[in-house]
Ligand binder design. Structure first.
Ligand code: 26W
Length: 811
């Protein structure tokens, strides 16, 4: 019996009047102000609460349905979530968009005004963090009982200012005005230990008592994750560190040592203070490992609490629980579950290991060796002494298995060991593979290269453990919300809007590519989106490169192309050219100086072209600051050309490539990551391919690569590099040129000519607008596969073995 009926809780109405009433009562009673004196912030907060209440109603029914069915749960452990702005999404998912617009108009505001006040929790760096957000969205949309666990950083990814001097970082205190979309849940606080020592347990070989030297509290607050076109509302639970009472040293305080007295407390709360802004190089900072263990310890205790609400004993734990590790960042969870089962719940080691191995799965998101996390043994010894002991035992038993399979192969033992020698490091990727049931890459090529290179020994030992699950994106945020004009045309063209939660239905657009009037409307929408973006001439080719800055992504190659165009236009101003607006956006890790040099170079090139009367009519370079999810939603619908030009074999998947193709941008790219699968689906005639493939690139380096040769043999390349080397584009340009001419880690010069030739093909295609528009429509039509709903269906079927739990409507 629904308690609510018992106490007669009034249902939240669905009519405009009832919504208006709720809005007004929230304004008066929760916000404590009146219609007359309501500010835009008052209206935003009140609207958010009114919408949130409707989702909270569905959340209550979801929780009841999950409790009743005692299902198998999916837990997504991620150090990063890039959830994006919440208001527009929650208006769409609660179906209150229209009535809300009416209601706020009566308060004298427009929805657009209030959406500008919407916060974006920047709790992530890039691809990995945004993928986590798309996946939890699709889990709810597919009625999968799931919880996303993460860290509620006080300071998210830094705010970026781009000036002619390049990138400046500012702290991102994202919730300083409060966050109407979260529910703090102090009752579910957890206790987390650090440091200290271990003591033996009399009569037990494996059990130990850990005596931590420092205790902090983990306080959760959750955000609602509504499903689209269904009743399910799941949650993302984010932990923030709080000082335990014990950490406030009253004696020092009474002795007047105020700073020292609170020192402990400050240390504790520093754990969830700030997101590490690196997305490819592990820095091995102690605080980062503390963050990872904090996330894991709080989440595992919360998972066990939920399991024990409906289940006895431990036999059912692995049947009712699957925990997906989002890269190696939460991998310490494997040792933590073993510690809880063996030390606290007194299970035998083997039984505990059986349960642990069956519970976890690991997704790898990179191929860069420097991004694979390893932690110094001495740091583990100090920070997590019990976990190191457990990892040693896991490793010993694992190496026994390897020895049995490959007797006498000491080199293999050394390669595969979880503990690396000289220096003694804990290899988190090895622990992740040993302690999980399934390991997957995020695109076909990536998963193949993982089996053939980084994790080849493990793939030889456990071939069945290795899988591929190609990434996906949420069509709700990145098509329906970001591009309403195109969404309406697609719905009209298909005669249904069911494509929004069944994206492969876009195939139906293929026949419309031959329809001239449909093409015309398609063009008009792209142009209108470009007018909205106001980045440059809406009739120019909008050439977009939006992603984190990293030398493997090769923004430097795009700069060489721009400088070559600049030279060509100056050398032959009269020639008829394709007007082009080149848009860069993205952040560089603050300590990644080579990437920041490229950002500064782009700012200098943009300024040079801007003030050049010969070139500027044909070429413009723009670099909007502070690239984030909200800015991506503005840029992607306006893009004509999608730059996916990483060195083949380096970009695990990419997800921006999918978002751009689904919005009708045509890709120029290498045979890397998901580009390959996009090209396979849209047809090679609708994709601009160039460059070495992954194996050619790997061999180029092995066979000896001399970048200077390309400089000598390609006049345009030489001219561009000479211009950089001359200092005409600043010192940062000189540094970029010398690193390309000396080592060129990512074969930028080797792919230059092929890239330039491919850009020629782009311009030829652009000249034939009907052909271009056909290609654009066919890109959208054939990219339904790249929905994160399909990605989740793959995980659910092949890794999680979990079934949807329908949530009853509110009759
Ligand atoms: C230790 C520092 C660190 C932090 C983050 C190393 C590596 C990461 C992430 C794994 C980097 C990342 O975001 N990888 C991206 O993940 C996307 C989602 O799967 C892929 O689409 C991108 O190709 C991949 O670069």
């Amino acid at each position: 019996m629904d308690l609510r009926q018992g106490i007669g809780l009034r249902k939240l109405g669905k009519t405009a009047e009832e919504f208006q009433q709720d809005l007004l009562s929230n304004l008066y009673y929760r916000r404590g102000t009146t219609v007359e004196s309501a500010s835009a912030r008052d209206a935003y907060e009140t609207l958010s609460q009114t919408v949130r209440d409707r989702l909270a109603e569905r959340r209550a029914r979801t929780a009841a349905a999950h409790y009743a069915s005692n299902p198998r749960w999916v837990y997504y452990l991620s150090a990063e979530y890039l959830l994006g702005a919440q208001l527009e999404q929650n208006l769409l998912y609660s179906g209150t968009g229209e009535i809300a617009a009416e209601a706020v108009k009566a308060l004298g505001f427009s929805i657009e005004d209030l959406e500008d006040l919407d916060i974006e929790p920047g709790l992530g760096n890039g691809g990995l963090g945004r993928l986590a957000a798309c996946l939890v969205d699709s889990m709810a949309t597919r009625d999968i009982p799931a919880v996303g666990y993460g860290i509620r950083y006080d300071l998210g990814i830094f705010r970026q200012i781009i000036t002619e001097n390049g990138q400046t970082e500012l702290p991102d205190d994202w919730a300083f005005q409060g966050n109407p979309w979260e529910f703090p849940a102090p009752d579910d606080r957890q206790t987390v230990g650090f440091y200290g020592h271990t003591e033996p347990v009399p009569g037990s070989q494996t059990r130990k008592v850990w005596v931590p030297g420092e205790i902090v509290l983990g306080e959760p607050s959750h955000m609602l994750v509504p499903g689209y076109g269904t009743e399910t509302v799941n949650i993302v639970r984010l932990w923030s560190a709080k000082a335990s009472e014990a950490s406030f040293d009253l004696s020092r305080f009474s002795a007047g040592q105020y700073a020292e007295a609170v020192q402990e407390a400050v240390r504790a709360e520093n754990i969830s203070k700030v997101l590490y802004p690196d997305d490819s190089t592990e820095l091995g900072r102690e605080l980062r490992l503390k963050q990872q263990y904090f996330l894991v310890s709080c989440s595992l205790r919360d998972i066990i609490r939920r399991f024990r609400l409906r289940n006895e004993g431990w036999d059912g734990f692995a049947e009712k629980t699957v925990i997906q590790l989002n890269d190696t960042h939460p991998t310490i969870a494997i040792a933590e579950l073993m510690r809880l089962l063996v030390d606290e719940y007194e299970l035998e080691w083997d039984r505990a290991w059986e349960i642990t191995r069956k519970t976890f799965a690991y997704t790898c998101h990179t191929l860069l060796p420097e991004a694979l996390e390893t932690w110094p043994v001495h740091l583990f010894e100090r920070l997590l002494p019990r976990h190191l002991e457990i990892i040693y035992l896991i490793n010993m038993l694992f190496l026994r298995e390897v020895e049995a399979r490959f007797p006498g192969d000491d080199d293999r033992l050394r390669r595969m060991s979880i503990i690396g020698e000289e220096p003694r490091m804990v290899r988190m990727a090895h622990l992740a593979v040993v302690g999980t049931e399934a390991v997957n890459g995020v695109a076909e090529l990536h998963s193949k290269l993982l089996r053939e290179t980084v994790l080849d020994d493990f793939a030889e030992l456990w071939p069945a453990k290795f899988q591929n699950v190609t990434n996906g994106i949420s069509p709700r945020r990145f098509v329906r919300i970001a591009n309403p004009r195109l969404s309406d045309l697609i719905t009209e063209g298909l005669g249904t809007d069911t494509w929004i939660r069944d994206l492969e239905r876009l195939e139906g657009l293929e026949r419309l590519a031959d329809d001239a009037s449909f093409r015309e409307r398609w063009q008009a929408i792209k142009r209108a989106n470009k007018v909205d973006l106001a980045a440059g001439d809406p009739d120019s080719l909008t050439d977009v490169m939006i992603k984190r800055f990293h030398e493997y992504k090769r923004q430097q190659l795009k700069v060489l192309h721009v400088i070559t165009l600049y030279h060509r236009i100056r050398q032959d101003p009269g020639r008829d050219r394709v007007p082009r607006t080149v848009l860069f956006a993205g952040k560089a890790a603050p300590a990644y100086h080579a990437a920041k040099d490229i950002i500064r170079l782009i700012a200098t090139v943009a300024a040079t072209i801007e003030k050049d009367p010969v070139v500027s009519p044909y070429l413009k370079v723009v670099f909007p600051s502070n690239y984030n999810v909200t800015l991506a939603e503005k840029i992607i619908p306006a893009a004509d050309l999608s730059e996916q030009i990483s060195l083949a074999g380096k970009e695990a998947s990419g997800t921006g490539n999918m978002k751009l193709a689904l919005n009708g941008a045509i890709t120029i790219g290498t045979m890397d990551g998901a580009n390959i699968e996009i090209r396979a689906r849209v047809g090679e005639e609708n994709f601009f391919l160039f460059g070495l493939d992954a194996y050619e690139a790997a061999n180029a380096r092995i066979n000896g690569y001399f970048p200077h040769r390309y400089y000598e043999h390609d006049p345009e390349l030489r001219a561009a590099l000479d211009a950089l080397g001359s200092g005409a584009f600043g010192e940062s340009g000189q540094r970029v040129a010398s690193s390309l001419m000396s080592w060129d880690e990512y074969l930028t010069l080797a792919d230059f000519r092929s890239y330039l030739d491919c850009q020629e093909q782009v311009e030829q295609a652009w000249h034939d607008r009907e052909r271009w528009t056909r290609m654009s429509i066919l890109n959208t039509a054939h990219c339904g596969f790249f929905s994160s709903d399909r990605t989740i269906a793959d995980y659910a079927a092949r890794i999680w073995r979990v079934a949807p739990v329908p949530v009853p409507h509110d009759d």
